[in-house]
Design a protein around this ligand. Structure first.
Ligand SMILES: Nc1ncnc2c1ncn2[C@@H]1O[C@H](COP(=O)(O)OP(=O)(O)OP(=O)(O)O)[C@@H](O)[C@H]1O
Length: 277
């Protein structure tokens, strides 16, 4: 998943180290390159670090120097125009687990939320409202989690993006809406836009994704380009699983957290492989 030298944009992470306060290192010398125009699946077991990586890419955590985490040729944390400026549109649509949904639960309508976003193309807005089947009269403190999620996703996609970070956005959506949404993200991406999507649900993603990156215990274990056809895409994801699974038994690198004794037993089932059955 290398970026050609001179490419403007994409995502580059090199030699990243990160740990939460008082915790063992989550990432040690982590490298990742996502080429501009890619749609990259971020795959990994619970707790492998997907959400944390997306937060870092979104500039939520300061990591190392200016060159460690680069998004659209800017430092993800230091260059505030990535999030605040209109010239480098980065959109982050996060799942229910981090967002907490508190900002969307007041007594105001979906219309108030959606039409409160300025500088939006009305056609794009209409398309999203229609696609997500949003009733503009919904009161945000009375709707279901899935309905609240729809409004949240709509707001995240109102503006065109060059980088879109998706974290399990589809958990509350029905399958048809999920596919429509992924199709929207592909069709309405500006030229060269990069999408990173962390998910555990692979159905329908074989042809959507152009790349897959597998994280295990805070390390990038496999990064693959997908083929264009559906069957080849499946094989690619399966290959990704086969390659990373045997590494489960390898000793962790120096400085990494110690495995719990149970995790070293030979008969322990592999949650990682379960994704590819
Ligand atoms: N705010 C925090 N403080 C301390 N540790 C954290 C914090 N957030 C996450 N962690 C830990 O970091 C590790 C990675 O968490 P993360 O949420 O990035 O994993 P994930 O791959 O997104 O998991 P899941 O698939 O369950 O969403 C976990 O062990 C988690 O307990």
């Amino acid at each position: 998943m290398k970026t050609n030298s001179g490419d403007a944009g994409g995502i580059q992470v090199s030699g990243m180290q990160f740990s939460y306060d008082g915790q063992p290192p989550l990432f040690v010398q982590f490298d990742l390159e996502v080429t501009p125009g890619s749609r990259c699946l971020l795959i990994g077991a619970n707790g492998s670090g997907k959400t944390t990586l997306l937060k870092i890419l979104a500039g939520k955590h300061m990591v190392g120097g200016r060159d460690v985490v680069r998004v659209l040729n800017c430092s993800a944390f230091h260059d505030t125009q990535l999030i605040c400026g209109g010239d480098l549109p980065t959109s982050v649509v996060r799942g229910i687990k981090q967002l907490g949904d508190v900002p969307l639960q007041g007594d105001f309508s979906a219309e108030h939320m959606i039409f409160g976003v300025e500088g939006v193309d009305p056609t794009r807005r209409e398309k999203l409202i229609d696609l997500l089947d949003i009733d503009l009269q919904w009161r945000m403190h009375k709707v279901s989690d899935g309905q609240r999620r729809r409004v949240q996703i709509c707001m995240g996609l109102l503006h065109p993006f060059k980088v879109l970070l998706l974290d399990e956005i589809t958990v509350d959506l029905d399958v048809v809406t999920r596919m429509d949404l992924l199709d929207f993200s592909r069709r309405n991406a500006t030229r060269g836009a990069t999408i990173v999507y962390a998910t555990h649900i692979f159905d329908g993603l074989e042809t959507w994704a152009t790349h897959a990156a597998y994280i295990q215990d805070g390390e990038l274990r496999r990064s693959e380009r997908s083929r264009s056809s559906r069957d080849e895409g499946r094989q690619e994801l399966a290959l990704c699983g086969r390659v990373v699974a045997p590494r489960r038994d390898q000793a962790p690198p120096e400085g990494r957290r110690r495995l719990h004794p149970f995790r070293q037993l030979p008969f322990r089932s592999s949650r990682h492989m379960a994704y590819f059955r």
